[in-house]
Design a protein around this ligand. Structure first.
Ligand code: HEM
Ligand SMILES: [Cu+2]
Length: 595
């Protein structure tokens, strides 16, 4: 029940799910690149789903669906938030464990069950859910629509309810721990940025996930009890379904009211992690700490009022579309603030290119290049052309897929010594970074052009359409790049598991960081600190302060010991500290340009 143990469980489950989801994407990429070829090995693996060595269209849609579901919910929500919130919240705020260690453990096991149920659908007669990770009706409701609308879809819905329960238990725990269990001196404005990010992410989840559950329950009613919340006037072949009065658009509202905040649930922890990693490895205070927090708060609030940008083509009133368009574009402002602050932190830093740092910089790169296309898609008039094309696939894979995965990897490399007491191999880390970074751009950049040309997503083969045939070579290229990305992960997996057992023993504070987790002993113990919990005096980003001999000052160092390096920032509104500073200034007249 120890939070560090639960963090590791989330991480390892997340890694396993990521490997599976990546495998699925390679399978459907093979189909896209070589639509007319047979690969006997596919039949060996997939049996009847790839008779004759070619993936069946139904199964192709199931692959895309499960790939997206796993990546978004299981890897980047549970795997990312679950791992780092659990690991870092108690350690960085100075608590002995979560508010409720039991609920925390339960949260992991619900997540684990959700994964098992989702995966079990590969072993049933009708196969896993199809219809995309957004499970739009009618494919998700009318069981006889296609194989993947049957039992597989029911399992998807059950798995999702368990997953949401898990996220809620986790989120409530994170919020109450952060609000109630901070150590002495750790006021909100002294919290490291990852904690702010986890805090706001948890609030987003608590407020938006229940809406998905409500939608899912109605969907289960439609599927099983003959209600018609989402269906009306459906004709299948010659068969007129009896459902009247429902609307598939209702599902879209309920889904995207979760779905849009979800993309920030995915990216915000990654942004928090990268703030920490970039500051530590630039040996500079994070630029604009308060602006970083306020922009996270801004994103949190705004992300609730933009869901309609996923629905521009549902025929909504143009006035309403305009409202969603404006709120969407306003999110560009806090996002740009964050980007600017990352760059300003890096600027003239004394940069240490650790693997974690490279991945954090990679995140910034993807966040910029993917974020720019968001401005296109946020405009209703452009989105109507680009909707459901590969342009969208390219956009979200860069901005949330790649960026969040890079944030997660930055976190793994940075906190591996804390988690396992060992160091990872840096050379393999560099290899892993460069191959993954290049491959990710090679996979996702070309897809923009397919989208601009109108190539739709989720199609099984593009050979039937004359104008799309010219893209076949690009699809082959992208598939090879995807295979390269997958192979690059072998370097990571080897490094990760090898280092757990055979890595060099980690020193107490390998990156010379200021935050509290590095004051806890390398060997894990229940309660985190053997004696008293350390007291906090300063914010976490005191790096390279002029006049101080070491280039970092941990949060536990009281002001008086290092007066020469204190900046006015530390003292605002703190009478005791102001007094110390005044006394010190009297005793030590200022020397110009020291250090
Ligand atoms: C090597 C890594 C990856 C590759 C090669 C890959 C490839 C693809 C491709 C080509 C599609 C579109 C299939 C289609 O619509 O016809 C797709 C769909 C999807 N991918 Fe990935 N992907 C990768 C990683 C990720 C990651 C990290 C995420 C996490 C956000 C993700 C989330 C999704 C989602 C949500 C969909 C569904 C799109 C839809 O609904 O049409 N993928 N992936
Ligand atoms: Cu959105």
């Amino acid at each position: 029940m120890d939070h560090k143990m639960i963090a590791k469980q989330f991480l390892i489950t997340g890694i396993i799910m990521a490997v599976i989801a990546m495998g699925l994407s390679i399978l459907f990429r093979i189909q896209l690149a070589w639509p007319d070829q047979n690969f006997p090995f596919l039949e060996t693996f997939l049996g009847k789903w790839a008779e004759g060595g070619r993936i069946k269209p139904d199964f192709y849609l199931a692959l895309v669906t499960i790939h997206g579901t796993i990546m978004v919910f299981f890897v980047l929500t549970a795997g990312l938030s679950g791992t780092f919130s659990n690991l870092l919240i108690p350690l960085q705020i100075g608590a002995r464990d979560m508010a409720s260690p039991f609920l925390n453990m339960l949260s992991y096991w619900f997540f684990f069950m959700a994964c098992v149920i989702m995966m079990s659908s590969f072993f049933i007669q009708t196969g896993p859910a199809s219809g995309g990770w957004t499970v739009y009706p009618p494919l998700s409701v009318v069981a006889k629509a296609m194989p993947g609308s049957g039992l597989g879809m029911t399992l998807w819905l059950i798995s999702m309810v368990l997953f949401v329960a898990s996220s809620l238990m986790g989120g409530i725990n994170y919020v109450s721990t952060i609000l109630n269990m901070r150590t002495k001196g750790m006021d909100l404005w002294k919290m490291p940025l990852p904690i702010w990010a986890f805090f706001l992410t948890a609030i987003l989840g608590i407020l938006s996930f229940p809406v998905l559950v409500a939608g899912v329950v109605l969907m289960i009613f439609d599927r099983s009890f003959g209600t018609s919340f989402y269906l009306s006037d459906i004709v299948m072949g010659t068969d007129i379904l009896p459902n009247e009065g429902g609307s598939p658009i209702l599902w879209q509202h309920l889904f995207w009211f979760l779905g849009h905040p979800e993309v920030y649930i995915v990216i915000m922890p990654a942004l928090g992690i990268s703030s920490e990693v970039i500051s530590v490895n630039s040996r500079k205070p994070i630029f604009g700490y308060h602006a970083m927090v306020y922009s996270l708060i801004g994103i949190t609030v705004l992300s609730f009022i933009v869901w309609g940008h996923h629905m521009f083509v549902t025929g909504m009133n143009p006035l309403l579309g305009g409202v969603f368009m404006i709120t969407t574009l306003i999110i560009a402002v806090p996002s740009a603030v964050k980007t600017f602050n990352y760059l300003a932190t890096l600027w003239r830093g004394n940069i240490r290119f650790t693997p974690a740092m490279l991945f954090a910089i990679g995140l910034v790169s993807f966040f910029i290049s993917g974020g720019l296309t968001g401005i296109f898609l946020g405009n209703a008039s452009l989105d109507i052309n680009l909707h459901d094309t590969y342009f969208v696939v390219a956009h979200f894979h860069l901005v949330m897929g790649s960026a969040a995965i890079f944030g997660m990897l930055a976190g793994v490399y940075h906190w591996f010594p804390k988690m396992f007491g060992k160091m990872m191999n840096a050379k393999l880390g560099y290899l892993h970074f460069w191959l993954t970074f290049i491959a990710a751009y090679l996979v996702f950049f070309p897809l923009h052009f397919l989208g601009l040309d109108g190539v739709p997503r989720r199609y099984y083969a593009f050979t039937e359409f004359e104008f799309m045939k010219k893209w076949l070579t690009v699809n082959v290229f992208v598939t090879w790049a995807a295979i390269m990305a997958a192979l690059a992960q072998v370097a990571f997996l080897f490094n990760f598991f090898y280092s757990i057992f055979k890595g060099k023993v980690a020193p107490q504070n390998p990156w010379e960081a200021n935050t509290l987790e590095w004051t806890a002993p390398v060997e894990h113990l229940h309660g985190n600190w053997p004696g008293e919990i350390p007291t906090v005096y300063r914010w976490p980003y005191d790096y390279s302060k002029p006049g101080h001999d070491a280039d970092f000052i941990p949060q536990t160092v009281p002001f008086s010991q290092t007066m020469s390096s204190n900046l006015p920032h530390d003292f605002e509104g703190n009478a005791e500290a102001e007094k110390i500073q005044q006394d010190w200034e009297l005793a030590n007249p200022v020397e110009e340009n020291k250090g």
